[in-house]
Design a protein. Structure first.
Length: 187
């Protein structure tokens, strides 16, 4: 299996790049943000728990995310690999992901971090707010999501750097240029 994690602050384009990577490498794309937004829309128990947290730009509790990942991985054992978009976001989640991959006799192959400056992501997210109307794309929540990324998620890059799996990619430029740069790093 070829299992990829894509990191980047909100608005870095990791969702867009994940779709392209999933197509090229024939991977199953797992976006935990999309899964959670769907749960909110369907008004499930999980969605009800997650809604207010997501609207504030905070992180949904680790155990809920780990349960979601557990069932997605267990139900897709035959795929060529996964691309994890938006997961892991904490050390607890990263360690749980290693264990979940272990259970299916696999491991994380590569990690990509898309680097984009704060000013640029704020600009992009405010634009996305006009187009998609996502509840968490407003000035205050964006700032909080950026802080959460820096304090809780970015430190995970060290975890993967220590395992020599991390590739840093400049997230500025056209979608196709960025995609090409990611593919070059993946070799
Ligand atoms: P995203 O679409 O990846 O930006 O995620 C949107 C929101 O969903 C985040 O701001 C969190 O509230 C929640 N979320 C998504 N993935 C996770 C995760 N792995 N852990 C905790 N919360 C998450």
């Amino acid at each position: 299996m070829f299992n990829l994690i894509i990191f980047g602050p909100p608005g870095s384009g990791k969702g867009t790049q994940s779709v392209k990577l999933a197509e090229k490498y024939k991977l199953k794309h797992i976006s935990t943000g999309d899964i959670l937004r769907n749960e909110v829309k369907m008004q499930t128990e999980l969605g009800k728990k997650a809604k207010a947290i997501m609207n504030k730009g905070e992180l949904v509790p680790d155990e809920l995310l780990i349960q979601i990942l557990h069932s997605v991985i267990e139900n897709n054992k035959m795929v060529k690999g996964f691309i994890f978009d938006g997961f892991p976001r904490t050390t607890v989640q990263a360690e749980a992901l290693d264990q979940l991959m272990n259970k299916v006799n696999s491991k994380i192959s590569c990690v990509v971090s898309l680097e984009v400056e704060d000013d640029e992501v704020v600009k992009r997210l405010l634009k996305r707010a006009e187009i998609e109307g996502r509840k968490d794309d407003n000035a205050e929540t964006i700032q909080n999501r950026l802080n959460v990324y820096k304090t809780q998620t970015a430190p995970l890059l060290n975890y993967y750097e220590a395992q020599k799996k991390l590739h840093i990619v400049e997230g500025k430029g056209t979608i196709d240029d960025i995609f090409e740069n990611i593919c070059l790093k993946l070799g």
